[in-house]
Write a protein that binds this ligand. Sequence first.
Ligand SMILES: O=C(O)CCC(=O)C(=O)O
Ligand SMILES: [Mn+2]
Length: 459
Amino acid sequence: MSPSPASPLDALDWIALEQQLDQDGCAVIRTLLRPDTCDRLSALYPQSEPFRSQVIMTRHGFGRGEYKYLRYPLPPVVERLRSALYPRLVPLANRWHERMGLPARFPEQHSEFLERCHAAGQLRPTPLLLQYGPQDYNCLHQDLYGEHVFPLQVAILLSEPGEDFTGGEFVMTEQRPRMQSRPLVMDLRKGDALIFAVNQRPVKGVRRLSGDHASRCQPTAQRKTAYSGHHLPRRDLTIMQTTFDLFADTESEQPRRAEQIGEQSWVLRGFALPQIEQLLPALESIIACAPLRHMMTPGGFSMSVATSSCGALGWITDRSGYRYSSEDPVSHRPWPAMPEVFRELAQTAAKRAGFADFVPDSCLINRYVPGAKMSLHQDKDENAYEAPIVSLSLGLPATFLFGGFARGDRSQKISLLHGDMVVWGGVDRLRYHGILPIKPGRHPRLGEQRFNLTFRTAG
Ligand SMILES: O=C(O)CCC(=O)C(=O)O
Ligand SMILES: [Mn+2]
C-alpha cells in the first residue's frame, strides 16, 4: 500500500481510538508517518528558515533540551496532518466538553476553528519540533497557549528508539481526585503518533472536572552512538508536536512604539525588551530575599495576586489598611534595594512619557497566575501625586483597564504583553485602573504567570 498523505487516517479504527481516548486520555496511531517522512521533518531542525522561534529549556526551568516553533507556511505534511486529524477528533472533543459542562463547542473544520482563534488574538502556529540529546529531559507540563484550547493534541516520534537514542520515554500523568496521580509510560516507535488530552477530560464516575494533566517527561535521552565516538553524525530524539489551536501573541517581538492612552498617559510597547536579560535575574533575586505572599485586604480578603517589593518603601496591606512600610512585615527587615536596572528603566520610561525627573523610591511586584486579577482602583497611598506611575508587564498577557476619575466611568481595554510599559501621571495620575482575570497560558520565558512591577514615588 502506498497511501496518499491523508488516507492512512481513513483506514484507522476511529471507534476503537475514541474508546481508548475515553478510557486512558491518550491513544497511539502506529506508523502515521513513514520513516522517510520522519527523516525529512527531523532534517529541518538544524535549519533556521522553517522556524519562528527557539526555546532553550534550561533557560526557563522547563527541563533540558530545546524546541523550535514552526512558522507559516507550515511544512506541507504538518499542515495536512493538522487539518486531517482535527475533524476526526472534533466529535470526541465536543463530547468531552459536554460531559465536563464546558460551554465551548468545536466547529467541524479546522479552518473554522483557526478563524475563531484569530478573532481572539491567537495568531501564531503551535506545531513544534523538540530535540533532545544525551541527558536531556522535559519536565511535566501542559501545553496551554490561549483562551481557545482544543482538548486534544498530537505528538509524533521522528526518531527510532534503540537506534537513534535510548531512554527518552514519553511519560504522562493523570491527576485524579483524592487519589495518587497515575503515570503512563508510552511505548512509541518512529512514525507513531500519540493523541493525548491537553489538560482536562471527563472520567467515568466523576461528574465534575477531573483535573487531569497530560504531560510529558523525557528522562535521559541517550544516543547509542554516543558511546562509539564523537565523529558520528549527531542523531538525537526528535518529536513533532502540535495542538490544534494557536498561540496567543505572547512573544517578545512586538515592535517598540508608543501609544498615547490619555492626555499624560502612554503605553510603551516592548520598551523593556532590550533590558530583559538583566531585569529577569534581578527580579528573581528580589523574590528570593523577599518572597511573594498573598496579603490581606483591609476587608479581610486574601488578594489573588502575590506581592513583594523592593526599594526604600514597599506597599503593604493588612487588616489595618493600605500603606507603605520601610520594612518587609514578614521578615521585619528592610526591603531589598531597588536594582539599578529597574530604576534606570523606570526613569527612561517616565522621561519618554514626558516626566523628566522621576525618582522612584518604591517598586511593587505583583505576580498573577491564570485567574488572578486586580479590581478597578486608584493609586492614592502615596504622599504626593506629582510623580507618575510607571508599570512594567512581564510574562503572560493581560488586559489592562484604564478608566476615568470615577469608578463607574468607561474604561479602555488595553492588552499588555511581555516587556510593555504603561506610564500615567499629571492630570491622569488618579485614573482608575485594573487588570482582568489572566487567561490560561504558558509564556515562553516565564511560564504560567504574569509579573507586574509598579514604580512609584511614595515617600
Ligand atoms: O498589574 C498591573 O498591571 C497593575 C497593578 C496595579 O495597578 C497596582 O498594583 O496598583
Ligand atoms: Mn494600581
